[in-house]
Write a new protein. Structure first.
Lengths: 334, 333
């Protein structure tokens, strides 16, 4: 019997993409709709894969065959949502994020590199009022949902399900060591959203605006504490013994693009932000290697403000707080 | 035996790549080193081809299996060049920008939509001093670019003439394409901060150079204002004419863009996403480009058009940009 070595390697690649607790045979049998015996024969390379089977597998696991077969192309496969179903957008958005973080948590080695253009959305989830404001902005101004047209924002109308799910996502994220490269402009987006809604009378009351600024101040203070300890922990709590590492850098030379690079086991995944709200990802090795080099290059041009660099850290966070304060003073004219 | 329709399509695709006078079966048999009968069985999909055979066929006929197999999936194929991480050639990156704009320009019906977080990178080539500075910054941002970190900025650094010559071509081609840009007053921050950064970073940019650069940024802003006023694109120092393409500028006070670009080429659309600072990946995927286009239209509806009309808002917008430059310049004087 002829063993198809490339086919064996192909299945090994798929196996490396699965969380450690998942049985590759069961997975393949399910995707190809065959018995586990038949799946075994294909995995061992005893029975050649048909084109249809191959297609099902590459589509399901977003594997690049060009890369696998070392074909010289300049193509990269990206996958991701372009929109959301008609259900609860927030639940779908958070569920999706939770799945990604939980997947990463299953691996011994994991690390997230983030070059934010605005405050990372998962940072807001630990502060229900900020999470609600962010989702309000997503639905009203990015997704342009019809029922949001005349809607005003109030911190009193928190959705319990969203709050719980958001905290769950944040808790999951806090188990993954991460490196973030911020600039003093990273806070501008949310400040711009607040001032735009303030000027266009989208807030229900003046107290709602004050509350959002207060909560933002609180979040910045919490992030400063995390940076000081170099550890991730939940808002209002202390770092646990097994808290994940938090590395923060300040860089005003390069504006962020919300690009994320995740190291998961010995694999890497790059997430690119598009259409302002969606993310698409690729497992392309060359692309991810390049993205990691880009992060390392950015880090070389940045000042570390977590664990060390107390003076630079204090200056950085004071600058963020001053920006909030300048805007807060404008509420008097509301 | 059940035939694989995908395998049949794959061989049909390869056949379409061969010159008409070539015997398809002979070519496959020769390449895979099998008999003509065996080749027939594979072409008819009676016998599945192995990974090794697939690799030989794809390499020889330069077929992308990703493109071939993912056409009907929810994955998107993006293309783009990352460059060599060891010896990155900046000129190649500039040439690639020129090549992409030239492709767009070659179509009769064409349009570029730019959702910006910074000034459009190509407009800096309008002014040689700014072109020199931006090239200085960009070269240092590319991860593979080898540079002596201590080298100070110069308006005529070695290689500038070549960079500027390509830059001038980029400006000329870009100015043939009707364009819609969506940005806001924060779009100027990056360039200003880069001048400050290199001035403060060991004086790589001297105080006098920084002052010149701030003046040149203002000159560029003034030029973009003139283009917005005319609703037409033209080179700095020149006047618009009948052939000048349309220029639409929107101010969106709420959102900051992501430097993504959508190009219309005839009836086709291509979306380019910015990544790793100055690289772009592009896709022609219809579902993806439609989603980007829909989003752009939504954003335009929520933005203020400040080109060709609305003089009051336009003045306010550009005065805000000039104020930002003056404030930072004052810190140096």
């Amino acid at each position: 019997m002829q063993i198809n070595n490339a086919q064996v390697l192909f299945f090994q690649q798929i196996k490396s993409l699965l969380p450690p607790h998942i049985s590759v045979v069961d997975e393949i049998a399910k995707v190809l709709d065959i018995s586990t015996d038949s799946a075994y024969r294909r995995i061992r390379g005893e029975k050649p894969l048909s084109f249809e089977d191959m297609q099902k597998l590459v589509v399901t696991y977003k594997v690049s065959l060009d890369q696998f077969l070392h074909l010289q192309t300049t193509g990269f496969i990206f996958a991701g949502n372009l929109g959301y179903t008609s259900g609860d957008f927030v639940v779908e958005y958070l569920d999706n994020m939770l799945q990604q973080f939980e997947f990463m948590r299953g691996f011994d080695h994991k690390h997230i590199y983030f070059l934010p253009n605005d405050i990372p959305p998962f940072a807001y989830f630990q502060v229900p009022e900020l999470a609600a404001f962010t989702f309000f902005y997503y639905k009203k101004s990015l997704l342009h949902l019809e029922d949001m047209k005349e809607m005003k924002f109030s911190v009193k109308e928190l959705n319990e399900e969203h709050v719980k799910l958001g905290i769950k996502v944040q808790a999951s994220f806090n188990h993954i060591p991460s490196t973030e490269i911020w600039s003093i402009d990273t806070i501008n987006s949310i400040l711009r959203h607040i001032s735009f809604y303030r000027d266009t009378h989208v807030f229900e009351t003046k107290e709602d605006i004050i509350c959002v600024y207060d909560k933002l101040d609180g979040l910045i203070n919490h992030l400063e504490k995390q940076a000081e300890c170099g550890l991730k922990f939940n808002h209002g709590q202390s770092p646990a013994k097994d808290a994940a590492a938090y590395r923060m850098y300040h860089n005003d030379l390069i504006t962020g693009d919300n690009c994320v690079l995740a190291e998961i086991g010995d694999k890497k995944v790059t997430y690119i932000n598009h259409n302002l709200i969606n993310f698409m990802y690729t497992r392309d090795e060359d692309f991810n290697k390049y993205t990691l080099n880009t992060f390392m290059n950015a880090i070389r041009k940045s000042t570390q403000i977590s664990l060390i660099g107390e003076k630079a850290r204090a200056r950085f966070f004071d600058c963020l707080r001053r920006k909030i304060q300048v805007q807060r003073e404008a509420i008097n004219h509301y | 035996m059940e035939s694989s329709t995908t395998q049949l399509r794959f061989f049909q695709h390869i056949k379409s790549l061969l010159p008409p006078n070539t015997s398809f079966v002979d070519a496959i048999a020769d390449l895979l080193n099998i008999s003509n009968d065996s080749a027939y069985r594979r072409i008819r999909a009676d016998k599945p081809i192995s990974f090794e055979e697939l690799q030989k066929l794809c390499v020889h006929y330069k077929v992308s299996l990703d493109q071939f197999l993912n056409l009907q999936s929810d994955a998107f194929i993006f293309t783009g060049k990352l460059g060599n991480e060891v010896n990155f050639v900046f000129e190649n990156w500039l040439q690639e920008v020129l090549r992409q704009y030239s492709i767009i320009s070659s179509f009769e019906k064409k349009h570029i939509y730019f959702l910006l977080k910074d000034l459009p990178f190509n407009v800096h080539f309008e002014i040689p001093e700014l072109a020199a500075f931006k090239c200085f910054v960009w070269m240092r941002c590319f991860s593979g670019y080898q540079v002596d970190k201590g080298i100070k900025f110069s308006f005529d650094y070695p290689g500038f003439e070549e960079h500027n010559a390509i830059g001038q071509k980029i400006v000329n081609v870009y100015n043939t394409i009707p364009t819609t840009e969506i940005w806001n007053t924060e779009g100027i921050n990056t360039t200003i901060q880069q001048i400050e950064y290199y001035h403060e970073a060991g004086g790589l940019v001297s105080r006098d150079q920084a002052l010149i650069l701030f003046d040149k940024v203002e000159l560029l802003v003034n030029h973009i204002e003139k283009e917005a006023e005319a609703g037409l694109k033209f080179k700095i120092g020149e006047q618009p004419n009948q052939a000048s393409p349309a220029y639409r500028l929107f101010n969106n006070e709420l959102i900051l863009g992501d430097n993504s670009l959508l190009a219309e080429l005839g009836d086709m659309k291509v979306a380019f996403l910015n990544h790793s600072f100055m690289h772009f990946v592009g896709t022609r995927d219809k579902t993806f480009t439609t989603a980007i286009f829909t989003n752009l239209n939504n954003l335009m509806q929520k933005s203020t058009l400040i080109s060709a009309s609305d003089e009051r808002d336009r003045k306010k917008f550009f005065n805000h940009l000039r104020d930002a430059i003056h404030k930072r310049k004052a810190l140096l004087t």
